[in-house]
Design a protein around this ligand. Structure first.
Ligand SMILES: NC(=O)c1ccc[n+]([C@@H]2O[C@H](COP(=O)([O-])OP(=O)(O)OC[C@H]3O[C@@H](n4cnc5c(N)ncnc54)[C@H](OP(=O)(O)O)[C@@H]3O)[C@@H](O)[C@H]2O)c1
Length: 274
């Protein structure tokens, strides 16, 4: 593959451009946007930029659609219908279903991908769903997203859960980290050292879990000595219902993600049936 197009080089689109350029410097990247700011940023990250979405689609072997879902039909209307035919098109738009993408982008080979903001540091975990069983197409799409993190092929119905767990996940983790840091500050440590220590501790715990391949509960028990410090903290986690709270965080966010997805998808379907 020689070229990738990014329609809508906003927050996630520009993060994808930057990550792709650092992973495969020879790849040609075409990007679109409306404002000077969006186009200027994409240009700085190494893309060829244009306000003309048709130009981007025409020049790209694989097209990533990263506009907000309510701008999708604008983009579609700005590109001659036959330009999509036979193209690999990956939508990272939340909510817009594969069936709807296929109805709008007739003749395109459509995929949905859900990366997260960790794309900025090439550490996204991206879920991809498609009804396309062509292994060459799948491996081309996978190679693009592998550039900036791990890739999981999932059934489409997982994408709303993914959006809540992995898409919103960095925000949840940031809050948890902030809470732990504040606890150390409240106990008398400076914020700076508490923050660095917390990040190192979390990074180390993730590495340990990965390398030992154990259930998290085994690590918990390993650290918990009778009548020690950890059990006191664990008791608070229990009494405040933190684990049940975290389960609810993901479930509630998932329900909202599904609700928004249905709204978005229905509104696009209503517009295309007129
Ligand atoms: N942010 C994330 O972490 C994340 C993660 C996964 C998926 N997503 C999905 O990615 C999509 C974009 O999200 P975002 O957060 O990156 O939003 P964003 O920052 O608002 O980016 C959207 C971009 O689309 C551009 N745009 C709008 N209409 C256009 C048109 N007709 N032609 C060309 N460009 C157009 C906008 O350009 P101007 O700014 O110049 O108007 C804007 O830069 C959403 O569908 C979201 O569900 C986001």
């Amino acid at each position: 593959m020689r070229s990738v197009g990014v329609l809508g080089a906003g927050r996630i689109g520009s993060a994808i451009i930057r990550a792709l350029k650092s992973c495969t410097p020879d790849l040609e990247i075409y990007a679109s946007g409306r404002s000077e700011e969006t186009l200027g940023r994409a240009l700085r990250f190494g893309a060829k930029v244009s306000r003309d979405n048709a130009y981007v689609v025409r020049n790209s072997d694989l097209v990533i659609v990263s506009v907000k879902p309510y701008h999708f039909l604008d983009v579609y209307n700005q590109v001659p219908a036959d330009f999509w035919s036979g193209k690999l098109v990956v939508s990272v738009m939340a909510g817009v279903r594969l069936e709807t993408l296929s109805r709008v982008l007739q003749g395109a080979k459509v995929f949905r991908a859900m990366p997260n903001i960790n794309t900025l540091v090439s550490k996204s975990a991206t879920a991809i769903a498609t009804n396309n069983n062509n292994s060459e197409d799948r491996s081309l799409v996978e190679s693009v997203f592998r550039c900036f993190g791990s890739v999981y092929w999932v059934p489409e119905e997982y994408l709303d859960i993914w959006t809540s767990l992995v898409g919103s996940g960095p925000a949840f983790m940031a809050e948890i980290i902030d809470g732990l840091v504040l606890g150390a500050v409240s106990s008398g440590m400076t914020r700076d050292i508490a923050y660095k220590a917390t990040l190192d501790m979390i990074e180390g715990t993730v590495k340990l879990l990965r390398e030992l391949g154990t259930h998290p509960i085994e690590i918990r028990d390993e650290v918990t000595t009778p009548s020690g410090t950890t059990i006191q903290g664990l008791k608070i986690l229990e009494s405040k219902g933190i684990k049940a709270g975290l389960m609810e965080v993901v479930e509630t966010s998932f329900r909202r993600s599904r609700e928004i997805g249905i709204e978005i998808d229905n509104s696009i379907k209503a517009k295309i049936s007129h």
